[in-house]
Every structure is written in C-alpha cells, then in structure tokens.
Design a protein around this ligand. Structure first.
Ligand SMILES: [Zn+2]
Length: 122
C-alpha cells in the first residue's frame, strides 16, 4: 500500500505573501468601517444626510482595486487547495516563479495577462 505523503507546500512563500496582503487590505477596511460608525450622529437635514451617506459609502467600501485584489487573493488560496496554483487558468502554462513572487495572486501567465489587459481574453 502506498504511503500517503503530505507534500510540503511548494508555494509557501507565496502563501505567506498572500496572507500578509490580505491582512493589510482587511485592516484598512476595518479601520474605515470604524471611522464610518463614529461619524454616524443624530439628526441631519437632507443635504447633510446625502453628504454623510456618500462619505459613509466611501468609508465602508474598499476601492474596486482593493476588492478585486481581495477576490484574487481568495481565488489564489482556493487554487492552492486544489493544487492548481501556479498554473495559468487560461492556457495551463506553469507561471514563472519570478512572476508568482511579484504578483502572488495572479491567475494568468504573462502572455495571458497581456491579452487580458488588452481585453482580448474571454
Ligand atoms: Zn496563460
């Protein structure tokens, strides 16, 4: 009977980097949320309400970039679990170590990333 072997995560460095980045993003989100709660006070006329709703909205929500990054980080963790991390989700090419080091949440190889940025990727 073959012995079940627990393989060490070959992407431990990337996993650590992803966790650090995720913590950073969530920390700034929590801080903004706290600021939003603090500013929530009493009776306001409509104009004030609109203005504060707007700023609260800003406070509560991460920027699109941050949200996308958080999602990409989640997906990277999922791919690590699936064992598909480090492989381009579009063409199946193994993503270079240098690229994974620079952009650990990437799901594309450099070629597909370029296509995606040009809007040529489905
Ligand atoms: Zn690719």
């Amino acid at each position: 009977m073959a012995k079940a072997k627990v393989k060490a995560n070959p992407y431990q460095a990337q996993e650590d980097a992803l966790r650090t980045k995720q913590r950073e993003l969530l920390a700034s989100f929590e801080r903004d949320k706290a600021a939003g709660v603090q500013n929530d006070d009493g009776i306001q006329d409509l104009a004030d309400k609109a203005a504060s709703a707007y700023s609260k909205e800003l406070n509560f929500s991460l920027s699109d970039t941050e949200r996308n990054l958080l999602m990409a980080i989640e997906e990277a963790f999922n791919r690590m679990k699936d064992g598909t991390y480090g492989v381009c989700t579009n063409c199946g090419t193994v993503i270079g170590e240098k690229r994974l080091h620079a952009v650990p949440w990437t799901s594309y190889c450099i070629d597909c990333q370029e296509l995606q940025e040009k809007g040529m990727l489905q």
